[in-house]
Design a protein around this ligand. Structure first.
Ligand code: FMN
Length: 358
């Protein structure tokens, strides 16, 4: 009932006001509010009373990790690790922090974020803006007391977005540096290697079989017992995706996240909402079909040998069902929460519970 009221208020009142402002300003404001609410047990309880999932058990264990709900916040929203204390109150079973990089990144020049409202998409030109792995490790550690034990934290690792990591060896050393620090600090329940950021210096150089092979060989020296996932691009042709999957299986990574932003502006419902030239990947609706079809093909190709986390364009509970039916073990989202409202997560959880009953 409370959730229904806030669903109505978000659509009719809050969203029209918020969307008058610059998206990055809104994001920073919400991060500050969310971090503040996460600090206190009372505010966490209030948020949980409004937005939390209170239905039957829909928990799931994947690669030995128990998720209270199979719905996660995707990488890029909480890129500095400020929100893990409040996110469980919204119905999430986990969150992927980051992408983090070895050195702090300023990101690309502003504007770094745009809205394509009619097309239900965000235009993301962030360029891996984040405080760097050391600061983020300390921040997460400082919040440990406020994060429920069964809330899963994944950490997404990307290559620092600057000239110093432009060569293959420097790029690999950069990924390994972050991974080593996280493993040593024992921060995070699983790790994701983001090889597919479309907005970084030098392009997505590790979404290529021989480079991915070289990267995974070096990472394997550091590997601990926690699951390692690879975040895939969704635009390359299937033949190239198959080659990347073969490399993942050969290196015994636990799974893949499908997938990252869509680089094709022709997939927008309203093409005129995007800039004429490429300036950032698309989230939301333009990712939905592409990622779901890729999940389906991947599941057919790899069988049970890889976990699949499905992400891209989940704007309704039905969209989450589609990803799971296509073969995803867990789902993730960002844009749906922004476009539809924070009630979406528990709406999806309710609908999954209903489906389990049928
Ligand atoms: C503002 C924003 C920033 C993002 N930054 C990252 C990132 O740092 N690392 C990453 O792996 N994916 C990043 N992504 C991609 C998302 O994790 C996700 O794959 C994509 O947005 C599709 O999901 P959605 O349609 O539910 O938003 C970002 C997406 C958005 C909207």
């Amino acid at each position: 009932m409370l959730r229904a009221i806030f669903r109505f208020l978000y659509k009719t009142l809050l969203k029209p006001i918020l969307f008058l402002f610059d998206p990055e300003t809104d994001h920073d404001l919400f991060t500050k509010i969310g971090e503040f609410f996460g600090k206190y047990s009372l505010s966490r309880k209030v948020v949980r009373a409004i937005y939390g999932y209170h239905g039957p058990d829909i928990s799931k264990t994947v690669d030995g990790i128990h998720y209270r709900t199979p719905i996660l916040l995707s990488a890029g929203f909480d890129y500095n690790g400020r929100l893990p204390a409040i996110l469980p109150s919204l119905g999430f079973g986990g969150a992927e922090i980051g992408s983090v990089t070895l050195r702090p990144c300023e990101g690309n020049e502003k504007p770094r974020l745009g809205r394509a409202l009619k097309s239900k998409s965000l235009i993301v030109w962030k360029g891996l803006r984040n405080d760097g792995v050391d600061t983020i490790i300390s921040r997460i550690n400082s919040k440990k007391q406020q994060i429920p034990e069964d809330f899963v934290l994944g950490i997404s690792i990307a290559r620092t977005n600057d000239q110093q990591t432009a060569t293959l060896d420097e790029g690999i050393a950069d990924y390994c540096g972050s991974y080593q620090k996280l493993v040593t600090a024992n921060v995070g329940d699983y790790y994701t290697i983001n090889i597919s950021c479309p907005n970084a210096f030098g392009g997505e150089t590790f979404a290529e079989k021989s480079r991915l092979d070289a990267l995974l060989s070096k990472l394997s020296v550091i590997r601990d017992s926690k699951p390692l996932y690879i975040k895939f691009p969704i635009n390359p042709p299937w033949e190239e995706i198959k080659e990347l999957l073969d490399v993942c299986i050969r290196h015994q990574v636990q799974g893949v996240i499908i997938g990252n932003l869509n680089k094709n502006y022709d997939d927008l419902d309203y093409r005129e909402e995007a800039p004429a030239e490429f300036r950032g990947g698309l989230s939301g609706k333009p990712c939905r079909v592409l990622s779901t079809e890729l999940i389906r093909k991947t599941r057919e190709y790899v069988g049970k040998s890889l976990t699949i986390i499905g992400v891209g364009g989940i704007l309704t509970p039905q969209d989450a069902h589609e990803k799971i039916d296509a073969g995803a073990d867990l789902v993730m989202l960002i844009t749906g929460m922004i476009m539809e409202g924070p009630h979406l997560i528990s709406d999806i959880a309710d609908s999954l519970a209903l489906r389990n009953k049928v």
